[in-house]
Every structure is written in C-alpha cells, then in structure tokens.
Design a protein around this ligand. Sequence first.
Ligand code: CA
Length: 487
Amino acid sequence: MINKLNDMEIFRPMLAIFLLLSIRCPMVLADELPNIVVIFADDLGYGDLGFTGSKEILTPNIDALANNGVIFKNGYVSHPYCGPSRAGLLTGRHQARFGMEVNAAHSPDDPYMGLPLEEKTFASRLQPLGYKTAVIGKWHVGSHPKFHPNNRGFDYFYGFLPGGHNYFPESIRVSSDPYDAPMVRNGKPAQLQEYLTTALSRDAAKFVTETKGPFMLYLAYNAPHQPLEATKKDLAKYTHIKDKNRRIYAAMIDSMDQGVGRVVEALKQSNKFDNTLIFFLSDNGGVYPEYWMPNSMWASNFPFRRGKVSLTEGGVHVPFIAHWPQGFGKAGEIDGLVSSLDIAATALGVAGADTSDANLDGVDLTPYVTREKSGSPHAALFWRLEEADHIWAVRTPQYKYLHQTLPGVGKSFFDMQADPYEANNLYGQEPELQAQLATLWNQWNSHNKQNVLLQAEPYKKQRAKFYEDWYQQLLQKAQEHKPYVVE
Ligand code: CA
C-alpha cells in the first residue's frame, strides 16, 4: 500500500506535466509530423460562405471546417489581388520586401517575370524535413521554367501557370490567351477531361490518399474567379438566384465546396484527417463594380466595403480558418490581427523548421490558437499597392489609416473597434493617432523595394514596342545592305 501510494505520488506530478504539455504543446501527442493543406480560393466574396453569413450559397464542407476548427475573425491577405497575394503567402514575407506588387505577366520566355529566385517558398523549407510538397491549381508567380513550381520547392505540380484558366475542356482553344494555356503536370502537358474545379479536387484527393509520410498540399483553386462557368448540375441548385452572373458564381463556389469535401473525405479514409492542419482562405475579396470593371457585381463582401483591388475591408479582409483536430481542436474564434503571411510561419513552426535565416513577416499562430499566448499576433498589418500611385494602408487592432483614390475613400481613418465596417471616416479628427500610424507605415516601408514587374497590359505594350523596334532595326540593316555580287 505504501509502495502504491509512493508510486501514485511520483506518477501524479508526471501525469500533470504530461497533461499540461499535451494541452500547451499539441505536438507531444503527435507521433508524426502533421500534414499541411492550404486551400486558397480566388476572388471569393467575404459574405459568400455559410459560416460568414450567406443564406444563398451552400458551403457545408467549408462551414464544417470552420465550426470545428478556428475562425480568424480579423484575417487578412497582404494584397487585394491575385499574384502579389500569392507571393506573400508562398514566402511568408510581405511581397513589398522584394518588389512584387503587381500580377506578373504570363511570359514563358522571360526569366525575370516572376517570384524573385532569391526568395524561398515555405515548401522549399519543408522539403528537407521530409515533407512531400504539392501545388495543385493556379500558380501565377512566374511562367518561365526558372519559376515553375517544381523549381520552387514543390515535388508535384498539376495545374496552370497563368493567372486564370477556362473551366471546361471544350472552352479551351489553341490561342495566345493565357486562359487557354495547357494544363501542366510536373513540367509536361497534362490532360483536362472534366470541369476544372472537379479535376483539381480529384487530383488533390488522390495526392493526399497516396502520399506516404508528411505532406504539404497547396490547393489553389481558381474558383470562383472569372470566367463565370459552372456545370449544369451545380447551377440547378441555384435557380432561386435571379441574377445570371451571381447564379453561376454561386454554383462555382458550390463546386469548390464539394472539392473541399472530397479532400476531407480522402483524408478521413486514409486516417490522416486528425493530424492534418488545413487552412482555408481567399486570395483577396470578391469582385466589386469599380470604374475599371463596372459590370463586376456578382460577389458579396458583406458586411465589408468595396472588394477586390481595394484596401478597404472588402478587398483584404477575407474568410480565414484553420482546422487540425489533433493540434488545435475546436478552438473557436480568434479576434487578433492575422495575416496570410502567418501560414508559412505556422506551417514551418509545426514542422519544427529552423526559420532563423528566413526573415519571415508572418507569425506562428499555434500558441495563439492553443491560448498559450493572448492578444493580437500582430501589432500592425501593412499594405502597399503600386507605391507610385500612393495606395497604402496600416491597421492596428484599434485603428486603420489608408489612402486610395476611390469614390468615398481617399484618405481615411477608422476606429475599427467602434466602426469595423468603415462607415465613419475620422480623417483629420485624430491628428496624433494618424501621425502614429503614419510613422508605423513609414518605418515598415523603409525596408521595402520598389516594384520591378509589369502587369499584363503594359507588358504587352512594351513587348510590342520591343518587336517593332527590333523589326525596324533589321529593316534598316536590310536596306543598307549592299547586294552580294557573284563573280
Ligand atoms: Ca484573386
């Protein structure tokens, strides 16, 4: 009896330490490194998911991840449109650090048009730890072979290199339109035999089922980005939506949600679901009828203002969740400021990577989700959009200060606690607070690089000029040429 008591007395503190460690550090319970899946939607409106309030669009699979995982209520992307947002996500560094603030033009011949080669993706930091890495879907950070996913840290690639793609095999033509670009699987042309979102989901499910050992899958849907194309089967669920464009867009989101369900089911069937950390978010807000795209009005960013390309909340405040039964559990909501840049830092953190040389701008979110740490993961978040146009924003947990030349925006200052939907512009009323936020932004920006890339349209013009100049030079040379005389 005495011995038994002694055993128990020794055992109790050990048990307590073990339980404490189990709660504080979920990795203690994990026999294996967690799998990581990052699901990135494209141009998804904030209000267009069930868990963010949509009554029109059905997203039961994404909602289940949100409701059983963690919802980042103040989750942001680092840029209000595609390419730069992806560059930030993939590196965990703000893309203004390396001058990539516009969509890289699709130019397979140009070895400079893409995510700078000195920047490392977090996939490439996971590979040495034994992770099998994959990107399935849209790449959009460089089309020259030097920038291809297989050369940027991904063992496996199935998808397309440009910023978008047609959805149906029969709508793809032989043309120079990037949306007609061939699908690629590991550097070789790949087939597309069904609706694109279904094909990507099928490939993702296969990858998670078949991969042995830990993996990181970056599933970059182009849904619900244009072109607005949906299957008859999915459209049939949305006959209650009168507006045709919105009806198609809703069906595209539905298909993506079914794809998420397919991946979740594959994880469950292969007994990997409990130890897989899944992130889901959008690369930017849904489209909004700004003056340069006045007919783009099918998305809802409710309750936020404006949408894609804007630094008001509708452009950068996105649906953002994580789900990891074994590590995070049903963790509820996190109110602090969270960034898409945090995904790399969190993934590398749970994998135990050394990030001391990585200069990450993101934060490992794990201790915030497990409540080991409280407060906001970031003291401030920053945006810079084509600096030459003076489009910038800074947000602290309390305030937001921004400038963008859009109707009703201009210079704006908001108390985000009292006014989270940016209805009451306090610009000029709080000069000291404005100056403090301006100082934060200036300090941050002093370490950034000017953008060095061109968007598709100016790039096309430059390239046309290059060909024209070259042709004129050759023409002149030809005219000056003395005819060869045969003897
Ligand atoms: Ca996008």
